[in-house]
Write a protein that binds this ligand. Sequence first.
Ligand SMILES: [Ca+2]
Length: 160
Amino acid sequence: MYNVSTGATACHSTFRAAVVDATNGKVTNASPVARTALSDTSFLKRLEGPMPATEATAAAVDYVLSIEYDIANLSPSGGTLTITAGGPCVADGQRDFTVNDVRDAWPSWNDRISSFQGFNTCDVNHYEHQVRNGGDTTGPKRSMTTMGDMSNKTTGLTFG
Ligand SMILES: [Ca+2]
C-alpha cells in the first residue's frame, strides 16, 4: 500500500489485509480473491468515500485512489499495490494526485502494473517514464483489465 499524502508504505500478504489497511479497518471482509471482491458491487461501493482512522491519528482520513495489479484482469495472484491519499479525486478535469516515479516509494512496482481499478472519482493515467518525462501513457481511465503496450511499463501515475 502507498499513501500519496503521507508517503507511508506497507506490504501485505493477502488482498484482504491490504484492503483492511487501505481502509483503516473499515472494510475487513474483502474476498481473499480480488477478482471475486471486485465483481461484488457492494464491496466496490465500500471502497468509495473516506476511511476514518481507527487509531489516535484523528486527522488521518484516507481515500483509496486505486488498486494496481501485477497481472491482467484485476487478478491479485501476482500482487497488488493499493494507492491512497488524504482526499478523493475531484471530477473537474484537473490532476489531483501524482506519483512521479513509483520507484521512490515502491521500487519493486516499476514496469510491473498490468491492470488497475480507480476509486473515489479517480481516473488513473499511467506513464511509461516519470510523469514529468512523459513517454507512452494509458490516458486517464477508471479501470483497465489489460493495458496493451503499456503492460509492465508503468513508472509514473496521475490521478484526476
Ligand atoms: Ca517504465
